[in-house]
Design a protein around this ligand. Structure first.
Ligand code: AMP
Ligand code: ZN
Length: 665
């Protein structure tokens, strides 16, 4: 046997033992013998560095230190899930799904919703290459070296699967392991961890991977993302993933109808308490992968899946005080300050009361006993007041009239649920909040500058608004508390680098009320530059698809304000991207302006995403369902038969992928 063969043999052997133990829960070797083999492998690898392999079992013990986790853009966005709370919600969902698909032939998978941290594992040519956290769904942190220490994740899955794919899953911390960790912390006089979910996600961001290796983390896989069309259903793809070594929970089950889905829900609503890990619901997915593609995504979540949340736990406690928070846009949020109470593994002290109407609706008063509920990651909510416990001297709550921070009289416009403090340029939390929003990841993504630093800079009078950031110098920052030369330099570098951030993100970063990411994109597409946008009138604004009166008014308020005009001029002088770059204009035309497309079936030259992008880049609009308004159906192979009938009934024009490509070239 050559050395190479010997190394390979040991690797295979160790991988198999790991798999048996961590995935199948079956010990097939003693710890002692495992260690001997591992040492032997390590020795051979050390003596023969040419055979190094980053995916060898010897590379899973941890040891790498990561100071800053690299940000990586997901190849395929990691969406959230829409939630449902009742059987009726699920029936409605099925109706929507079947309407969009134009068929009643649908089948579902039911899976438990694991409560941990989601992870995206990338495999190329059958080998593990990287692990990235969900982050904001568009980009996350590269936590590869930490993830490698989780031994139930195969780095070299068996063959006979797709070769290039992403595996999506949930990193969880079993309750037992969590309790053990806490026992140890108590012994060491340290504060206990709050709950398994936060601890699992915190573990992924530890700098020392050998610390991660010590934690009993596990990973359940629930989705295969690939362009290879080897499997026809979600269920089949997961069953095969399990066969090649992934830990796919055996609780997954098929359902032919919503009734069957509900059987699954009913069983697990109680049985989940016997599981060794936490779950907070069930995830229902359309099983057929082509149907999944047909259904696509909303701005937030897949249309082909929905989460059913288990009933949230409730407790009652006493309301001590209502305080008011001022957001970056001046919006006021009333907050209930409660007698601390344990709820679903965490201590609850505060709950949002949303707005004045909510307070009125609940008729909530100081000293009331209230019911608090918490489901998953949602901020605790006050459900109702226990009127039987209301003290006799209680008085109705009077909503704040003035801003708690700057004392300006609050204002509320007809139809708006929230009160606002309009003292935009003089109200501290608004000033800081706007700058914090400006530097945040989805906006200017300025590395090396966090929320606390913004406060510090403001306190020292170095910045009053986001335009001031671009006039900062290293020399000004170094004298501040806790600022080393290196971090000051990092901060300035981060600020300079943000000048390359594309216009749509800059526009979002400006923090114009109601201009979120999607609206910013739409505005950029129509107006192309900040100069055009700043002079746009009401008519021009509402002419943009999906921009209504409310958004348009808010933009007009922004663009007519002298202070804002000055800010924009300064940002422009500092060299920020305030217009669409030439490159992104290049592939954009008005060829399909005003035309509505529905895309259906399987395509060959373009992926479905590319096809949709091409439609939008050329001024067209993609719709998910066929109606009289539809102009063209781009039909690939296997277009749904009832969609076809509907299109024909309406006399719509059906074109092929090639016809479409001809249209835009
Ligand atoms: P949410 O965070 O409420 O939007 O729910 C989406 C998250 O649920 C995903 O990012 C996953 O991390 C998590 N999740 C847990 N179990 C599953 C499952 N079986 N299928 C899909 N997502 C799941
Ligand atoms: Zn104020």
């Amino acid at each position: 046997m050559t050395i190479q063969q010997k190394i390979q043999l040991l690797r295979n052997e160790l991988n198999t033992h790991n798999y048996n133990y961590y995935v199948l829960d079956k010990a097939t070797i003693s710890d002692f013998d495992f260690d001997i083999k591992l040492k032997e492998l390590e020795k051979l690898e050390k003596e023969n560095p040419t055979f190094f392999d980053a995916n060898s079992p010897s590379q899973r013990v941890g040891g790498t230190i990561t100071k800053n986790f690299e940000t990586i853009t997901h190849k395929n966005r990691m969406y959230s899930l829409d939630n449902s709370y009742s059987k009726e919600d699920l029936i409605d969902w099925e109706k929507r799904v079947q309407k969009l698909l134009g068929t009643t032939e649908t089948e579902y998978t039911c899976e438990l919703k694991f409560d941990g941290a989601s992870i995206n594992l990338t495999y190329e040519n059958g080998n593990f290459v990287k692990a990235v956290t969900r982050g904001d769904g568009f980009q996350g942190d590269n936590v590869t070296s930490n993830i490698k220490t989780i031994l139930s994740i195969p780095l070299t899955p068996k063959e006979d699967f797709v070769s290039n794919f992403e595996m999506r899953g949930e990193i969880i911390l079993p309750i037992d392991g969590f309790n053990k960790m806490n026992e140890e912390r108590v012994l060491n006089g340290e504060e206990e961890y709050r709950n398994p979910r936060n601890t699992a996600s915190g573990s992924l961001k530890l700098q020392d991977s050998s610390e991660v290796a010590k934690r009993p983390l596990d990973c359940f896989l629930y989705q295969v993302v690939t362009e290879e069309r080897k499997y026809k259903t979600h269920f089949e793809s997961l069953e095969n993933a399990r066969k090649v070594g992934f830990k796919v929970p055996r609780t997954i089950s098929l359902a032919k109808s919503i009734d069957e889905v509900f059987d699954f829900v009913n069983i697990w609503e109680t049985k989940r308490h016997d599981l060794p890990y936490e779950t907070d619901g069930v995830v229902i997915k359309v099983n057929n992968l082509q149907q999944q593609e047909e259904l696509g995504y909303t701005a937030k979540a897949p249309r082909w899946a929905i989460a059913y949340k288990f009933k949230a736990e409730q407790v009652s406690t006493v309301l001590h005080e209502i305080t008011y928070q001022v957001g970056r846009t001046g919006a006021i949020t009333p907050v209930a300050n409660l007698e601390p109470v344990q709820l679903a593994g965490t201590t609850v002290k505060r709950a949002s009361l949303h707005n004045a109407d909510q307070i009125k609706k609940l008729d909530i008063r100081l000293k009331d006993t209230v019911f608090v509920e918490k489901g998953g990651e949602i901020i605790p909510k006050i459900i109702a007041v226990d009127f039987t416990k209301r003290p006799g001297d209680s008085e109705a709550t009077i909503y704040a009239t003035n801003c708690p921070e700057c004392n300006t009289l609050l204002s509320r416009t007809e139809g708006d649920a929230k009160h606002y403090c309009l003292n935009e340029f003089g109200c501290a939390p608004q000033i800081t909040g706007r700058i914090q929003h400006f530097i945040s990841r989805k906006a200017m993504d300025i590395d090396g500058l966090g929320g606390e630093t913004v406060d510090l800079l403001r306190k020292h009078g170095l910045i009053q608004n986001y335009a001031d950031l671009y006039d900062l110098s290293v020399e000004q920052i170094i004298p501040l508390e806790r600022m080393a030369k290196k971090s000051a330099q990092n901060m300035i570098d981060g600020i300079l680098k943000s000048k390359e951030i594309p216009f749509e993100k800059v526009l979002f970063a400006l923090g114009i009320r109601f201009v979120g990411e999607t609206v910013a994109k739409k505005l950029v597409k129509s107006f192309k530059s900040i100069d055009n946008l700043m002079v746009a009138d009401l008519e021009a604004l509402i002419a943009v698809d999906e921009i209504g009166d409310r958004i348009a008014q808010s933009i007009l308020e922004f663009s007519s304000n002298q202070e804002n005009i000055q800010l924009i001029n300064r940002l422009s002088a500092s060299g920020l991207q305030l217009e669409v770059s030439a490159e992104s204009l290049e592939n954009q035309t008005d060829l399909l302006k005003g035309q509505i497309f529905v895309v259906s079936g399987v395509f060959h030259q373009l992926s479905r995403t590319e096809l949709k992008k091409a439609i939008e880049d050329n001024g067209g609009k993609v719709s998910s369902s066929i109606s009289k308004k539809t102009n063209f159906i781009v039909a690939g192979d296997n277009m749904g038969p009832s969609k076809l009938t509907k299109a024909q009934d309406l006399g719509l024009e059906i074109i092929s992928e090639q016809d479409f490509i001809d249209k835009i070239s």
